[in-house]
Design a protein around this ligand. Structure first.
Ligand code: 5AD
Ligand code: SF4
Length: 442
């Protein structure tokens, strides 16, 4: 070992994660690798010798969050000897910029390079390391090495990357082309999770609906039907689905498989066919609505959520109104809505970012207000019902209250006489807010 450099075994580490479930899962892997090397996880940066910021590049805001987080770490770096690393797809894309803007960063690691993490942490104590190579093939990551946040619900990656090139999206440039994981490996991991007491799995991928087993050529619908047979797993969810790849067979596989939750995240992005065309989404408003109708015909109680972008280049008032009317027509259980921000390398970033910031803000508020109103109405309609909830632990805000999710992936906060963490419980809903339901166990 080099002089002065600390071994992993004597280190405490802190990980800060920004971004999607995929990033959260990457952080669980990073934590697993560091723990296997003997390092100890800490919940405070001040108390750590190694700090890793794992962040995504999908929206401009995530990038801003990275720099403000690094800015807060600068004084710490002056005060004490601490190794600072940046991971995730931001790292992949902005390696030179990060090193220039925040020269105190010791290493940068891309999502395909985590297996070398221990060596990188070691070398970076002597000189800066940038490791952002990527591979064309799916890299298996040992499940047992993942230090999962939850003992109940686990993320399971089934594919990585994306071939779709939506004109606003950076992902094909940060995560590369689609790479599929072998079905047998997915099934094995899920069986071992079940054997270890996990009750729920969330399949992850940028476009899970295009899943194709590299060995047999079997598709996503086939995978869902196989997963339904894994003993011990009670709930299966998946994210993210692309509307153009969501077909009747997948919907029928969902309906037939009682373990597959009646819940689907199906990002529409805009309710306007002309904007969807400029976004290169590959479907029209009408085609999207037909798929929603097909899903609801097969599963009347399905809970639907979506992603919306407002202020895409050239989005007219009429086109924006189409988004509002689409939201009113579908009535999603939940939405995630964003102001458009131009991302490097994307086709849309070559267009003028023509909608002023204030207008984007106004449109975002309109979207969120409309959705909030509909969510309150929907949640109120659930008051008085009893529903199955998977208890994930104590609520972060109030330790006397438990928090879980129902089949529709809504947050349910509830009181219980005994600790029911990690169990399915029946909860009677007594009240609600726009973003959660409140009740008690029956
Ligand atoms: N600007 C704003 N939102 C974006 N998203 C992706 N790229 C951008 C961008 N350039 C949103 C989409 C996507 C979600 C993960 O992030 O809604 O579904
Ligand atoms: Fe991005 Fe489109 Fe791929 Fe989703 S489908 S990751 S929005 S390019």
């Amino acid at each position: 070992m080099k002089e002065n450099s600390k071994s992993l075994a004597s280190m405490k580490f802190y990980i800060r994660t920004f971004g999607c479930q995929m990033n959260e899962n990457d952080s669980e892997r990073i934590a697993g690798i560091l723990t296997a090397g003997g390092a100890k996880m800490s919940d405070s940066p001040e108390d750590s010798d190694l700090i890793i910021i794992n962040t995504c590049a999908v929206r401009e805001k995530s990038e801003e969050k990275l720099y403000s987080c690094l800015g807060r770490l600068a004084p710490l770096k002056k005060r004490k000897r601490v190794v600072i690393g940046v991971g995730g797809c931001v790292a992949q894309l902005y390696r030179s910029e990060i090193m220039e803007r925040t020269p105190f960063v010791d290493f940068i690691i891309g999502p395909d390079n985590y297996s070398q993490l221990a060596d990188i942490v070691h070398s970076s104590q002597e000189e800066k390391v940038v490791s952002t190579s990527w591979s064309e093939d799916f890299h298996e990551f040992p499940s047992e090495m993942t230090l999962r946040e939850s003992d109940v619900s686990a993320y399971v990656t089934i594919m990585e990357g994306c071939n779709n090139f939506c004109s606003y999206c950076i992902v094909p440039f940060t995560r590369g082309r689609e790479k599929f994981r072998a079905k047998e490996n997915i099934l094995q991991e899920i069986q071992s999770l079940a054997d270890n007491g996990y009750l729920e799995v969330q399949l992850l991928g940028q476009n899970v609906n295009s899943y194709t087993d590299p060995e047999s050529g079997k598709d996503f619908a086939f995978l869902l039907r196989e997963l339904n047979r894994v003993d011990g797993i009670e709930w299966v969810r998946f994210i993210t689905s692309h509307p153009k790849n969501l077909n009747r067979d997948i919907a029928e596989a969902m309906k037939e498989s009682e373990k597959v939750c009646r819940q689907l995240h199906l990002p529409i992005q805009s309710g306007s066919t002309s904007v969807l065309k400029r976004m290169n989404r590959g479907y029209t408003r009408e085609e999207y609505l037909e798929k929603i109708a097909m899903l609801r015909q097969l599963m009347p109680d399905i809970s639907l959520s979506t992603d919306i972008i407002v202020g895409f280049p050239g989005e007219t008032e009429d086109e924006f109104q189409d988004t509002l009317s689409m939201l009113a027509e579908v009535r999603f259980t939940n939405i995630f809505s964003f102001r458009y921000s131009p991302r490097p390398k994307t086709a849309a970033s070559r267009e003028k970012d023509s909608i002023p910031f204030e207008e984007k803000k106004k449109r975002l508020i309109q979207v969120q207000e409309l959705q909030k109103k509909m969510q309150v109405e929907f949640n109120r309609s659930l008051i008085g019902r009893t529903m199955k909830v998977l208890c994930l632990g104590k609520s972060k805000k109030d330790p006397a209250v438990y928090a879980g999710r129902n089949q529709g992936y809504q947050v349910v906060n509830f009181r219980s006489q005994k600790d029911v963490t990690g169990q399915f419980v029946e909860v009677h809903i007594a009240s609600c807010g726009p973003y959660s339901l409140v009740g008690e166990t029956v």
